[in-house]
Write a protein that binds this ligand. Structure first.
Ligand code: HEC
Length: 110
């Protein structure tokens, strides 16, 4: 179960990211994902090098530990969850950015 506090802190991270964007822009995690190079290996609905983000969302649906675990994996890299190809680390991504991106990825399945 996702705790109420967990949800609130995720919302805080996401809304902080949103409020940093220009006022007219939608909550544009997609732009941050683009800027961070995520789409060289991921797409929303099809597997490229890495799994489709919609598949990631489906896999971790209801997993309260997924946001923190996946944000760490995006920053530090890792392998073994989807196959033999590893995801390289993204050390330039701030922790808040990685968390907001992962929250967005996980929200794409709902
Ligand atoms: C060079 C290719 C590459 C790039 C760039 C990349 N990924 Fe990945 N990603 C992968 C691969 C490959 C996997 C599967 C790893 C595995 O099997 O554990 C993966 C897995 C993931 C997962 C699921 C991890 C798990 O343990 O289930 C998430 C979430 C994710 N990527 C998010 C991102 C985000 C956000 C970015 C941009 C900051 C990004 N990825 C950039 C290749 C990439």
């Amino acid at each position: 179960m996702i705790t109420r506090n967990g949800v609130l802190s995720l919302l805080a991270v996401v809304s902080a990211a949103i409020s940093a964007a220009p006022a007219h822009a939608a909550p544009d995690m997609q732009a941050l994902a683009e800027k961070s190079g995520c789409f060289s290996c991921h797409a929303m609905h099809s597997k490229i090098v890495g799994p489709a983000f919609a598949d990631v969302a489906a896999k971790y649906k209801g997993d309260a530990e997924a946001p923190a675990k996946l944000a760490q994996k995006v920053r530090e890299g890792g392998k073994g969850a989807w196959g033999r190809i590893p995801m390289p680390p993204h050390p330039n991504l701030k922790e808040d950015e990685a968390k907001a991106l992962v929250a967005w990825v996980l929200s794409t399945g709902s």
